[in-house]
Design a protein around this ligand. Structure first.
Ligand code: NAD
Length: 351
């Protein structure tokens, strides 16, 4: 299997394959870059069709984490782990203990966390074998309560801050009173985002494939329900994707009417080229990996032991970073994604 000539290989500093015969563990850990600190990134469990697919994912995702942490002003590098296996049928205590040993073998150069297919329970098993695990403990939340491992309220707050900055930049408005926002997906992040928006006086429309999630947002927050098909064409100020990736594509591009796209979903652009299309349509796009960094900031603070107030202030820094991205993009006539990459590279000393 070729690693150095792989299309997703981008000066990764370390790529390690781990196998444990007794538990059946097959995993890969990729460390993209550690210039700013230890490489932090989630541990994904997925039934990859083959090793190549797993390698592709881990190379791509670990690189993304370097950029995300740099943009979030964290002293962290980028890494990722993938376990080849079905998260519904393939989990066992022995498997995650073996994964914990694998993480430990890197001596802290890589710090793991929950991702698709893994959660707090798996992090706790790994934490029996290594201290290089984030998201396995209990600590104070932004509003002073106790929580274990769930970064979504922090992500939602970061997106809310990002929307405020985008609205100021694109619409010249200082407050969100009466602002019209469409949220696609009112799960953990989308629901919390809707609450912040409602509290700020915005009007929110939402859709979800799970009827109960829409009902909860309607009943608890006064959000207006719309169908999945109608969400794109609403006459709103902000479209906030908080469901899944790839939702800005050639089909939806023609339907979207909002002058601002700012939401939590990862990999919103189905194709990197679409950033150009958005710019030429006059749409201000908040790069997903810049605006949705509240979660990784939360994870970092859980490990470093910062207070809830310090956490909140750091998340608010997402706003300053986005403002820098928006202004530079405008002055240099480039896309916000090109500028976000450039800014991240300046910060981690890459390229
Ligand atoms: P979640 O699963 O709790 O919520 C996603 C919601 O979207 C669910 O209610 C789901 O039913 C709905 N959904 C799925 N497909 C849909 C569709 N086609 N149309 C409308 N709704 C649909 O996940 P989350 O934790 O709220 O994360 C939301 C997004 O933000 C994901 O893309 C995630 O990768 C990203 N993200 C989350 C965090 C975090 O801290 N949770 C951090 C960074 C990025």
């Amino acid at each position: 299997m070729s690693v150095f000539s792989h299309v997703e290989f981008d000066h990764h500093q370390q790529v390690v394959f781990g196998h444990d015969k007794a538990s059946g563990l097959q995993a890969i850990i990729a460390i993209h870059n550690r210039n700013l600190g230890p490489a932090l990134g989630g541990c994904r469990m997925w039934p990859y069709v083959d090793d190549q697919a797993a390698l592709r994912d881990v190379l791509r995702l670990s690189r993304g984490m370097t950029y995300k942490s740099a943009l979030a002003n964290l002293p962290l590098g980028g890494g990722k782990a993938v376990i080849i296996g079905d998260p519904h049928t393939g989990k066992s205590t022995a498997l995650f203990q073996a994964m914990g040993d694998f993480v430990e073998s890197l001596g802290g150069r890589y710090i793991t966390a929950a991702d698709s297919g893994t959660g707090v329970a798996e992090m706790q098993i790994m934490a029996e074998r290594t201290r290089h695990v984030a998201g396995a403990g209990v600590r104070e939340t932004l509003d002073g309560g106790q929580r274990s491992g769930d970064p979504s309220p922090a992500t939602a707050y970061g997106v809310f801050v990002g929307i405020q900055v985008a609205v100021k930049h694109r619409l010249g408005r200082d407050d969100l009173k009466g602002l019209r926002v469409a949220i696609q997906g009112v799960g953990q992040v989308g629901f919390n985002l809707a609450r912040h928006l409602r509290d700020a006086g915005a009007r929110v429309w939402a859709c979800d494939i799970v009827e109960a999630n829409v009902r909860r947002a309607v009943e608890q927050l006064g959000v207006k329900a719309v169908t999945q098909a109608d969400i794109y064409g609403l006459d709103v100020d902000v479209f906030a994707p908080c469901a899944m990736g790839g939702i800005i594509n050639l089909q939806t591009l023609d339907l979207l009417r909002a002058p601002i796209i700012a939401g939590a979903a990862n990999n919103q652009l189905a194709d990197a080229q679409l950033a150009e299309e958005l710019t030429s349509k006059g749409v201000l796009y908040a790069p997903d990996y810049a605006i949705n960094a509240g979660g990784i900031i939360d994870i970092y603070f859980e490990r470093s032991g910062g207070s809830a107030l310090e956490l909140k202030a750091h998340i608010e820094g997402i706003g300053a970073t986005l403002e820098q991205i928006f202004s530079r993009a405008e002055h240099q006539g480039k896309t916000t994604t090109a500028i976000a990459d450039q800014l991240a590279e300046e910060r981690f000393g890459g390229r």
